[in-house]
Design a protein around this ligand. Structure first.
Ligand code: SF4
Length: 455
């Protein structure tokens, strides 16, 4: 099949990309200035083609999807972020908070549909006690087990985790900027994550990151946690053996340079996570990272095992992997900003070409993230197909009841079935691979597709 990048005209070739191509082919890390060039070049097809090269090196013809169900437990939120059309205040029409009977019913529907994952997030509810959240996770796990399913719970953004630490009254020293104050806050975050993990939490989604920039933060989502705290939550999750994802919400009031800085902060955090897993001394004994400052950990060089293989396959064990569990960032999910219905409605939002370019640049800059997701529910399925040819290797899942942000104000009931996802992937020239939340391959064990196991 002819790929998208092969269709470009040689007349548009930008020689400034030659040095970047050399680095990409060698698996070397790109600089912020390289990122600026990738954003400014008119030679978009080469950018997409380079991202496709990296994507194929990491995943070959495989394109991942999963079968999941979203459960937004409440849309009541103490904050009022300008880009958000999801939140309600307590007495607003349409405000809701789900009880455990509702949750059990959702689990039953998920199990009946053969889902491997429940993805649960919500607003920052000002009144619910901490026990609600551990109950939520424990109820999902228990009800799924009762129905014969090992449903994975991916829940709570970093913003929610900090909120939970506050309502559990373990987020001490909020105005204490000394080392002791910071340590107290980190201890509170660790306590919350430990409690949730004990209740059955499997992983964290990547939301709430927006754009790691204080100017943008103060203008568009004041009151939310800043980048340092978001990264702290994910680092502690990784230390506890909890895998996480990351997002970037782009196309509103941020500059392209700020997006690149966001990506750089994420890949530095991933350097730390991979070092914790034992990367730096890979299985063949060659040191990949003599000095982290000089030699970052990348996954895009030939022969480097992906973390999911290192974590689950004895043959790929890293030589100095610790016995303690170690989590990492699995996936970067670029999310385009949709202006409809929010306080930034006057902004145009990103163009389709900007969406392709940003996803491809994310693939190229985030050289130590195993996966890049084209989240079809926000990008649309036809766009996601093209993104599979320009850096993405995952298009997320069947997604029932996605309530946070939807394309063009469409119905909140957005769903495709497995057949449609597989068809879309095949049309894009790839082999559909069903995965679970932590990227293990799923086998369907019953003819109706409801029973599954890990291959
Ligand atoms: S983005 Fe999240 S924190 Fe901000 S208003 Fe919406 S639900 Fe609340």
């Amino acid at each position: 099949m002819t790929t998208l990048a092969q269709t470009r005209s040689p007349a548009h070739r930008d020689r400034r990309l030659d040095g970047i191509r050399t680095k990409v082919l060698a698996g070397d890390r790109l600089t912020l200035d390289d990122g600026e060039t990738l954003y400014s070049t008119p030679d978009l097809w080469t950018v997409l083609g380079l991202a496709d090269t990296v994507r194929r090196r990491l995943h070959g013809e495989a394109a991942y999807f999963n079968v999941n169900r979203h459960l937004n437990y409440s849309n009541i939120c103490a904050l009022s972020c300008k880009f958000c059309e999801f939140y309600r205040k307590k007495d607003d029409v349409g405000a809701y908070t789900r009880d455990m009977e509702y949750v059990k019913d959702e689990v039953r529907k998920a199990v009946e549909a053969g889902a491997t994952e429940i993805h649960s997030v919500g607003g920052l509810h000002p009144y619910l006690p901490f026990s609600y959240y551990t109950d939520l996770v424990a109820t999902i796990r228990a009800e799924a087990r009762r129905l014969g399913s090992d449903l994975h719970v991916k829940a709570f953004t970093a913003v929610e985790i900090v909120h939970l630490a506050k309502i559990a009254k373990v987020y001490k020293g909020a105005n204490d900027f000394s080392d002791a104050g910071r340590q107290a806050r980190l201890d509170g975050i660790r306590w919350v994550l430990t409690e949730l993990k004990s209740a059955g939490l499997g992983s964290l989604p990547g939301g709430g990151a927006e754009v790691f920039d204080d100017r943008v933060h103060d203008e568009a989502y004041r009151g939310k946690i800043r980048s340092d705290v978001w990264l702290d939550v994910h680092r502690i999750a990784h230390e506890l053996g909890i895998n996480t994802n990351a997002t970037i919400l782009y196309g509103h009031i941020e500059q392209r340079r700020e997006r690149l800085i966001h990506m750089d902060m994420l890949r530095r955090a991933q350097d730390e996570a991979l070092a914790r897993m034992g990367y730096g001394q890979v299985a063949n004994g060659k040191s990949q990272m003599a000095n982290q400052e000089e030699r970052p950990i990348t996954l895009t060089r030939p022969g480097i095992p992906l973390p999911e293989h290192a974590a689950f396959s004895p043959s790929h064990r890293l030589t100095d992997a610790r016995s303690q569990p170690a989590g990492y960032f699995q996936t970067i999910i670029p999310l385009p900003f949709f202006p409809d219905g929010c306080d930034l409605e006057h902004l145009p939002g990103p163009s389709g070409l900007e969406n392709y370019r940003t996803l491809a640049i994310a693939r190229l800059m985030l050289d130590n993230f195993p996966h890049v997701k084209a989240f079809w529910i926000m990008q649309t399925l036809p766009m996601a197909q093209i993104m599979l040819q320009s850096g993405a290797d995952d298009i997320d899942g069947t997604v029932v009841w996605y309530d946070i942000t939807k394309v063009g104000g469409a119905s909140t009931h957005q769903e495709v079935d497995v057949w449609m996802l597989q068809k879309a992937i095949r049309e894009a020239g790839f082999e559909p691979v069903e995965r679970d939340t932590v990227y293990r391959r799923v086998r369907r064990d019953s003819t109706d597709g409801t029973k599954w196991s890990i291959r």
